[in-house]
Design a protein around this ligand. Sequence first.
Ligand code: ATP
Length: 908
Amino acid sequence: MSTPWHALESGETLTRLDASAAGLDSAEAARRLAERGPNSLPTPRSDRWWWRLLRQFHNVLLYVMMGAAIVTSFLEHWIDTAVLLGAVVVNALIGFIQEGRAESALDSIRSMLAPHTRVRRDGRIVDIGAVDLVPGDVVRLVSGDRVPADLRLIRARDLRIDEAALTGESLPVEKSTLPVDEDSELGDRRSSCYAGTVAVFGQGDGVVVATGTDTELGRINALLTGIDTTTTPLLRQIAGFGRWLAAVILVAAAATYAFGVVVRGETPAEMFTMAVALAASAIPEGLPAVMTVTLSLGVQRMAQRHAVVRRLPAVETLGSVTVICSDKTGTLTRNEMTVQKVVGASRTIDVGGVGYAPVGTLTTGDGTTVTRESSAALDLAIRTGVLCNDSKVFEADGSWEIDGDPTEAALLVLGRKAGLSADAATAAWPRLDVVPFESEHRFMATLHRHDDGRRERILLKGAPESVLSACTHQLDDRNDQHPVDIAYWDRRAREVAAQGLRLLALAYRDREPATGTLEFEDAHQGFTILALVGIIDPPREDAVVAVRECHRAGIEVKMITGDHADTAAEIGAQMGLGVGRAPVTGAQIEALDDTALRHVVTETDVFARASPEHKLRLVRALQDNGEVVAMTGDGVNDAPALTRADVGVAMGEGGTEAAKESADMVLADDNFASIAAAVREGRGVYDNIKKFVLFMLPTNGGEALVVIAAIVFQLTLPMTPAQVLWINLATVSTLGLALAFEPTEKTVMQRAPRPPGQSLMTPFFVWRVAMVSVLMMTGSLGLFLWELESGTSVEVARTVAVNAIVVAEMFYLFNSRRIYNSVLDREGMLGSPYVLGAVAVCALLQLLFTYAPFMQAVFGSAALTLADWGKVLGAGLLVFVVAESEKWVVRRVRRSRMRERSSASALS
Ligand code: ATP
């Protein structure tokens, strides 16, 4: 056995892997990938198709139908037996197909969430899919990354890893590059990082030693959380309702049977048919399948709008969100940073140009061009910006692009505008060490070899408060040092921030003796401030529109940012947030107790200099006020707030893996507008489910009422059990499904959010279902009796009754496209190809049912005359007209109630 990786020196590790600290080249990586296979763990084996199909039969209703089929076969009612069994099979098939569709919708989304990693290839750091990692690759880890494979560290800078996923240890472990004892336990191997664990602080580079199933994670065969495909509260509510209904119906059917046989003395065979007809009519078979499809279509629609749902219940919760807390940088703003001002100790310089193209000049207020060389302080400031920097700008296909943090890229562009490239700056002062930027301490420091060879120079950049507190001096344009004038810098910082510019301060310190390493404490004192830099980051136009849309939809938007209070206030004002109110800062939040904070969150829309712990407290305070909160986040420390929020939203582009994994939804484009779009779709999905339930239940209700009336009044059954099953199957699979494809109504964002936890079965719902059930029963039973009265055969009368129900459903499908609003317009009647197509298919099925000889043989149906069809259409039209009139009345009542409420609130 050779020495394990964690016990080897890092140099030896590289040699053994035939790799170098500069990484592999693409050709070698491709060769190794072909040889070793992808860096992935086997996905949990999805169930075999036949098993998924079999599972569909595990359903109370299907048990009832199968039981009934057995009894009818004993009674030698062969046709009923065949139809019952046929219905069982068709039902199971529908469930199977729908489940497959939902699965594949979620699968395609899962691939959108595949983890990425930064790796050195061909001498550059590039972003690749984690599956493409091979042994020998050099991976760059920063806080928030999930470790993509097993790594032996070759560089570590305050790198702390949360290994709970592997060892169960909840405290993060500090890593280093020194080899550890060969026999160390996993949790003690500080020189290595393991796939599946999370970097929570610092930075490091590690060479990949094992991928895929060779990793420790692969060995213990653990699987990381993927998309959660559990059901949602609403689906559970409906499933529970379905089971409850099935039980009630079974009892009712049994009671009917007993009553008929014992009290009325009917024959058991006759009563059994009645009981089966009742059960078949009342149980809403298609409910769960169509709902799953509606949800997964919603998830797909959201993905098209760049909002990738990780947990299904979020689709519903989105519809009842009352507050969205959003980061500023990159979400509300474009994250295309350009330095506009450099404020020195004695003058301010304006910088021309926009975007990342290094075109623009440096001028003073009176328009005179300034060169970098004109002042040592300016030169040093620009150098600091370029060197204390981990990003890159480069030209690709004629446009300028960046790699890394846009704030830093803006400083590189400033350097180029002033004639200083990153390469030239680094060649003069090579970097020895770094303290990376973390949003808690808001600064970054780098250590460089001074050109005099004896000393070292520390460069510091960060939020003005963090940097100024470390400064004792300032440097003026004549290269003279003075004691730092804090009041001057504070005043200038506020001036620049009030223009909505993002602020950075730049400072330096020389030191001897040279140690070559930089500690966190080294960045705290003895610095000389060089300049403040003002960076513009304009609001995203679509986000401004989306904020307005949210306000209209009764949703409050709160901006929570790490930026300066004045910058936040100005950008907020440009977006219509917190106008006329001073932002509340992180420091102020800390001074408030929970009760006071609950009050403050209702009044304030902009929070500045806030860190992740503040976000967590804000979510809690909002939730204590009864709000349903969506919260965005990107960093590893945002995870608790994301988990706590009702809908945690992570950034797909700029967010860390840790944030994504705690989130319910990931924004592919980091754009606030996509959250608003997701809320809109969330409301739409909920609407569609409501519409489907409102459509389906009256069908069952109407049929059940027809059968009950027949039993109570001792009539001939107006529909045989086989006919009832036919209606249910023919309509759910055509008409019902069409509602899953309903586009979101234009007015969804003009309503107030749905109260969370509201039951689907509101009194209005019950009323609507009851009303339409009675209408359907009236049409169907009325026509049946009329037919019998006029002396036609039972077969014809039954065919009329069946068609009356189905045609009424076709009409009612149009009503159901809008719950409250009228459908009497072009869009309402002709707007959905799915509805029109479904009606056409359903009509064809009914013609088959009525005229095809084999259908007549199976279902006992008979051909109808034109006059019969006229009556049937009349019954359908009746439902349509009454349902539209009811909506009209409901709309008027709601409007007058709203008026009363608003005049009452105006009076109080
Ligand atoms: P939001 O939460 O809206 O995304 P943000 O991204 O602006 O806010 P942070 O990234 O925490 O918040 O930045 C806070 C402050 O830290 C900035 O205003 C800036 O002064 C400073 N800062 C940001 N990026 C860097 C960096 N790379 N190096 C040094 N300082 C930085």
